[in-house]
Design a protein around this ligand. Structure first.
Ligand code: SAM
Length: 257
């Protein structure tokens, strides 16, 4: 996937790619390469790496969203939605009015998601960049992004886009790895992440480098309070967060009022 779907290609400022610093214009291609390489093993690796915890965390996000059970139209956009985990859960829980769009920049991740969708009519996969969403203003009732935000080049731009495509009264929810706030757990978690995950990635997905990037990118992502500030800078209100498993992950919630 080499074509440019976004705005970040025009910027020269250094940004983080894991622990490395790269030109902002170069990061997206590096991220795309990671997901192109792991797409067919992505779901299996998620279960193995997290011992299935990512499923509980995603269910927690849906529980907090609490989509309406009615026939009233309720449109979700799941950005960086990959193979569709959040969208599938959403459609199971929402009423007849629920519909979902998965928007992801990687053709390979979308392909893996479509293969799971099995013709589900209320689910659409669209290729697009979180920093320049291909949707009109005020199109959606809810915007979710799970484990996608830290892969983006320009988080502030993506948050502005989230705000733009949400209807007034719309809900923003972001599930992302975060900063562990429990003493000792942080050291155990570091040892596991830097020791075991790249090895597992090498054995199962044949790509330890991709998984080293994923671990490093977690450490470069803003902590719970700093990320709250970025969400508010984009115009959102009533921002809250909940830690999951001691802060290994966190869900941030906010509203476009
Ligand atoms: N949300 C899914 C989940 O929780 O299983 C997938 C998360 S995966 C770790 C990150 C996803 O972000 C990948 O599918 C990748 O292609 C996508 N991504 C990376 N940069 C993106 C961008 N600029 N715009 C949209 N999607 C992007």
């Amino acid at each position: 996937m080499s074509e440019d779907l976004g705005k970040s290609g025009g910027y020269q400022t250094p940004v983080s790619f894991g622990f490395a610093e790269v030109d902002a214009g170069a990061k997206q291609k590096l991220v795309n390469d990671v997901f192109t390489r792991v797409a067919t093993r992505y779901d299996l690796m998620n279960d193995l790496m997290s011992g299935g915890l990512h499923r509980l965390w995603k269910s927690e996000l849906l529980a907090w969203l609490a989509p309406p059970k009615s026939a009233v139209p309720y449109a979700l956009i799941d950005v960086a939605g990959g193979t569709g985990d959040i969208a599938f859960r959403f459609l199971e829980q929402a009423g007849k009015g629920g519909s979902a769009v998965v928007c992801d920049i990687s053709a390979e991740m979308i392909e893996a998601g479509r293969a799971r969708a099995n013709g589900e009519g209320k689910l659409t996969f669209v290729r697009g960049n979180a920093e320049a969403l291909p949707f009109a203003d005020k199109s959606f009732d809810a915007y979710t992004i799970a484990f996608g935000m830290r892969n983006l080049t320009l988080i502030d731009l993506a948050l502005e886009e989230a705000y733009r495509v949400l209807k007034p009264g719309g809900r923003f929810l972001c599930l992302e790895f975060s900063s562990v706030e429990v003493p000792l757990l942080d050291r155990l978690y570091d040892a596991y992440s830097f020791g075991a995950i790249p090895v597992l990635g090498g054995l199962v997905a044949g790509d330890s480098g991709a998984y080293r990037y994923l671990v490093e990118s977690i450490r470069r992502f803003p902590d719970q309070k700093s990320f709250t500030g970025l969400i508010e800078d984009a115009g959102f209100e009533r921002t809250r967060y909940r830690n999951l498993t001691g802060g290994i992950a966190a869900i941030h919630s906010a509203w476009r009022l």
